[in-house]
Design a protein around this ligand. Structure first.
Ligand code: SF4
Length: 193
């Protein structure tokens, strides 16, 4: 976890605004894309100091002026810190689960965050948007993985239209491969006789 050491070293917007990129990069290196992230964190610190007296704003429009902050991050801050349900966080887990649960009808794929967010906001009552988002993320990390959802350990199989679909597809693929291999072997054997 990077945050204990990070917040130990920098504990205010001013401190982030004045951070040395190389030092900050070292502290967040394990999170990936750390050069870009360090640039955005320093930039966000500078905007917070310049425009908001060093405080994090509590509304979508102002949050979106911070470098590196788009709707997903703004929704996390508003929902989790300020307890304001202004939107639905859509990250990679929520995008995937929205499709597996058939909770999105206007998005084409799991990356279409804007449309997925709009659909989820219609499906769930506004006062549950943040809680449900957190539950989706935890469920996506622990059980409903991208590569191999653990349907046999999932408590939602009766509600989920995609339950065991992944296994069926994988088995069908394996079956096709086996069939093709059998055909190849029998052809080779025929030629040999
Ligand atoms: S049943 Fe399977 S696909 Fe559906 S939510 Fe559970 S793990 Fe995911």
């Amino acid at each position: 976890m990077v945050t204990p050491a990070l917040f130990n070293r920098y504990n205010s917007a001013e401190a982030f605004a004045e951070a040395e990129p190389a030092e900050l990069e070292l502290l967040i290196q394990s999170t990936g894309f750390y050069r870009n992230k360090a640039k955005n964190i320093i930039g966000a610190g500078q905007v917070l100091v310049r425009d908001f007296d060093g405080d994090v704003p509590d509304n979508m429009d102002d949050l979106l002026t911070l470098p590196g902050v788009a709707r997903k991050t703004a929704n996390v801050i508003l929902g989790t810190w300020f307890e304001k349900n202004e939107g639905f966080v859509v990250d990679t887990h929520i995008g995937r689960l929205a499709h597996r649960f058939d909770l999105t009808w206007s998005s084409r794929d799991t990356k279409d965050a804007v449309k997925i967010e709009r659909d989820l906001m219609e499906v769930f009552p506004q006062d549950r948007w943040t809680d449900v988002g957190h539950m989706f993320i935890l469920h996506g990390r622990a059980i409903c993985n991208a590569r191999k959802p653990l349907c046999d350990q999932c408590t939602l199989t009766e509600l989920c239209p995609s339950a065991f679909e992944h296994d069926k597809k994988t088995n069908a693929k394996a079956g096709k491969k086996k069939k093709a291999k059998r055909k190849k072997v029998s052809k080779r054997n025929k030629r040999a006789t």
